[in-house]
Design a protein around this ligand. Structure first.
Ligand code: ZN
Ligand code: ZN
Length: 602
């Protein structure tokens, strides 16, 4: 197969550019590799722009990047444009692809570009954001677009694509700017991959946690409360408490101590930690008695204060603190998305203070903890090591040492990982845990971050063997990431059919008549005693309607109570998961439920 681009010094160069500059490199063929898809999807975005321009001649275009979910283009048209128009645009794209336009590239100076796009305020805005003195233009047929590339040599390679979504987006992601139209799309090298992707999207829509969350009454949001601030409803509260309790025990078994820092700390302290300078734009501030306070975006500083409360000896290390820490972070309104992206959330956060020598075993212990949890929830996962970002505190030397320490821990234990250059936290390198859900989507959850900087900035110390003062190393780690996001992911992963051990309600109890209510209540109390939750469906509806309601609520098990059950102290069980019906004595039933909820231990 012919190359569609080249890989040169880790950079994708299109054939047009390579020819001009005389660059040689590894050929990239049209397949579903990430390099190939990058070129294909970016070119598909241009083809879409070409189609839009031909249908709406007044259309003006902003930017059209490749993103995780495929590609998009932000643009402006005078007409109302909606979901129904996507088909029309797709059709026009197919027409243009069949015309087999060559995709040509040429360069002009910044001044020429400003003249050329003088009537186009969106392109002028794009030009403002470019620092180079020269810019490149890509041309296919009559259509031209300002772009850095890389692009396919010809539009005929664009065959398997779909426009997936239309939405509004502020120009440049800034809510002070006008709202543009954004159309998302996806493209693949072959028909099968496109089909599989579209099936996955359909399945994802069915599993949308916002929809299931509302049906199961797990959580809600309210305009008058504020966007991005979730409200947990009773069923969600029960599910969350189950998860919290399981994790609490798991932390205690591994030697973590529960602690709690305050929600607001003086800004002075955030300056010491570096959050003020490096993370301030994501923080919320308030003033008390003329002193500025920052609402915590992370729990680290609180835990440092706990550490400082006592003098520590090398014999005490490692010291592990954990907290279900409520944090606030500013997110753009447009980025908010159900429980996935919120402004207030609770991390399953912990900090380990240890010696240099203990880093490796501590990292491995955390990785093992992650494995236990993720495999219990039937997630596949992979790990990435992220290195120094642009905005960072600490010397290069400290960064090198800590990045190497993470790699060593992984290498020595033959754990595989990928590298994410520049993706670290501002205070240290990290291991990110990416999980894959039941329908093949990847999610970033927990992180393990190694930190030599905060101990330095806060002058933390412990007494060494010779009574000398030594600085401890700090490991920040969260495994779920946040309860909000993780429960959102779990909801979609299980499509709301949560396993017994975290289901908001384990058993739905349905008394046939009023005379059976007393026994229903007795059973409900006994279930609470063994650590299970139940709901009694005793509303004034017909029995069949109540059974249907209980079944729809996704409760794993239903029991029906009538005369026979009351007299014989038995229950008629409908196991929704196993699709079985059977009768058990009360004792057998309680034992069964107890076994099912206790079979999980992190
Ligand atoms: Zn482009
Ligand atoms: Zn931290």
């Amino acid at each position: 197969m012919d190359a569609i681009a080249l890989k040169h010094n880790d950079e994708i160069i299109d054939l047009q550019t390579a020819a001009v500059l005389g660059i040689e490199g590894e050929p990239i063929e049209l397949d579903n590799s990430s390099d190939s898809l990058e070129v294909l999807r970016h070119s598909t975005a241009h083809l879409m722009a070409q189609a839009i321009k031909s249908l709406y001649t007044n259309a003006k275009f902003f930017v059209g990047p490749v993103v995780k979910e495929g590609f998009y283009y932000d643009f402006k048209v005078d007409e109302e444009i909606g979901e129904a128009d996507l088909k029309k645009i797709e059709k026009q794209m197919i027409n243009f692809a069949k015309k087999k336009f060559e995709i040509e590239r040429y360069e002009i100076s910044m001044e020429e570009a400003k003249l050329k796009f003088g009537n186009d305020e969106l392109k002028l805005d794009v030009l403002k954001r470019i620092a180079d003195s020269k810019v490149s233009i890509y041309k296919q047929g009559e259509f031209e677009d300002l772009c850095r590339g890389p692009h396919l040599p010809n539009v005929r390679n664009i065959r398997f694509f779909k426009l997936t979504k239309i939405a509004g987006a502020y120009r440049g992601g800034d809510s002070k700017n006008e709202m543009l139209t954004r159309v998302y799309g996806i493209a693949f090298a072959d028909k099968e991959s496109l089909k599989a992707h579209m099936t996955m999207l359909e399945e994802a829509a069915k599993r949308d946690h916002r929809k299931i969350g509302a049906q199961m009454k797990l959580f809600t949001f309210a305009e008058e409360v504020g966007a991005g601030f979730p409200i947990w409803l009773p069923a969600g509260g029960r599910l969350r408490a189950r998860l919290e309790n399981l994790l609490f025990k798991a932390h205690r078994k591994r030697g973590y101590e529960p602690v709690r820092g305050p929600e607001m700390l003086k800004s002075e302290l955030w300056k010491t930690s570096g959050h003020y300078q490096n993370y301030g734009e994501n923080m919320y501030f308030s003033t008390i008695d003329d002193v500025e306070f920052g609402i915590k975006p992370m729990n680290c500083v609180g835990h440092i204060k706990v550490y400082e409360d006592e003098l520590h000896s090398y014999r005490d290390l490692p010291i592990k603190y954990f907290e279900y820490g409520v944090v606030h972070r500013h997110e753009f309104t447009g980025a908010l998305h159900g429980l996935f992206r919120v402004r207030e959330f609770t991390q399953d956060d912990a900090h380990i203070f240890c010696t240099m020598d203990q880093i490796e075993e501590q990292i491995i212990e955390v990785v093992d903890f992650v494995d236990k949890i993720m495999s219990t929830f039937e997630f596949d996962y992979k790990m990435m090591i992220s290195t120094k970002p642009e905005k960072a505190v600490g010397s290069d030397e400290i960064w090198d040492v800590s990045t190497q320490a993470l790699k060593n821990a992984m290498d020595k234990n033959s754990l595989s990982y990928e590298m994410d250059e520049g993706g670290g936290a501002f205070y240290g390198p990290k291991i990110d845990i990416k999980i894959t859900d039941a329908i093949g989507r990847e999610w970033q959850c927990g992180t393990i971050q190694l930190d030599f900087n905060l101990p330095e900035r806060f002058k933390l110390e412990y007494n060494g063997e010779n009574n000398d003062k030594i600085q401890p190393v700090m490991i920040h780690r969260a495994i779920l990431g946040s309860f909000e996001r993780f429960i959102g992911i779990l909801t979609e992963h299980y499509a709301g059919e949560f396993p017994m051990f975290i289901a908001p309600t384990q058993v739905a109890i349905i008394p046939i008549a009023d005379t059976h209510k007393e026994y229903a209540k007795l059973l409900s109390d006994k279930l609470i005693d063994i650590g299970a939750d139940s709901s009694i469906y005793d509303k004034n509806d017909s029995l069949n309607k109540r059974i249907r309601t209980a079944e729809k609520s996704r409760v794993p098990m239903l029991i029906i109570i009538g005369d026979e059950e009351v007299n014989g102290k038995t229950v008629a069980v409908r196991d929704r998961r196993e699709r079985e019906q059977y009768n058990l004595s009360e004792d057998e039933f309680l034992k069964l439920i107890q076994t099912k909820i206790n079979e999980v231990n992190f």
